[in-house]
Design a protein around this ligand. Structure first.
Ligand SMILES: [Ca+2]
Ligand SMILES: [Ca+2]
Ligand SMILES: [Ca+2]
Length: 152
């Protein structure tokens, strides 16, 4: 009798089915059988290069599949924002992004923060190089005349 101990020939590769390569990625989710489950709304966001917050940035989801590794080192106390990749994108996002823990949106809000009495909704418009008229609240002394945009 031939003593052939068949090694574990687990032909797991047969899951490719590369005919219509449209929804091949949906099969990726079924892997998490460890203790903690990575339960997110959009699994494809994990590992897409953008650090996504909330449930994505957890140990169960391997900190967004590594997307948040740098962010978590740079901003260990910035935990309230929904989209950490907004921080440092050159666009002042205000709100929870514009906190000391988040280094004031990674410096994005430095221009806006020169005007502590300026309360506008679209904070990124202050000092964006365009005089935002039509909404007079931007062109005020409190807002430095739209961060200087309306001075010329
Ligand atoms: Ca991500
Ligand atoms: Ca930003
Ligand atoms: Ca402006």
């Amino acid at each position: 009798m031939s003593h052939k101990s068949a090694k574990s020939a687990k032909s797991t590769k047969s899951t490719k089915t590369a005919k219509s390569g449209k929804t091949v990625k949906s099969g990726k989710i079924a892997k998490s059988t460890k203790s903690a489950k990575c339960n997110v709304e959009f699994p494809l966001w994990i590992g897409d290069g953008d650090c996504d917050g909330g449930a994505y940035n957890t140990a169960a989801c391997k900190f967004d599949g590594g997307d948040c590794d740098v962010f978590n080192v740079d901003y260990p106390n910035c935990t309230n924002v929904e989209f950490p990749f907004f921080i440092g994108d050159g666009f002042c996002d205000g709100g929870d992004y514009n906190l000391a823990a988040c280094k004031f949106d990674g410096g994005d809000c430095d221009e806006f923060n020169k005007y502590p009495n300026c309360t506008v909704e679209d904070v990124h418009k202050i000092g964006n190089g365009y005089c935002n008229v039509g909404r007079p609240i931007y062109n005020t002394t409190e807002c430095g005349f739209d961060g200087g945009d309306c001075l010329d």
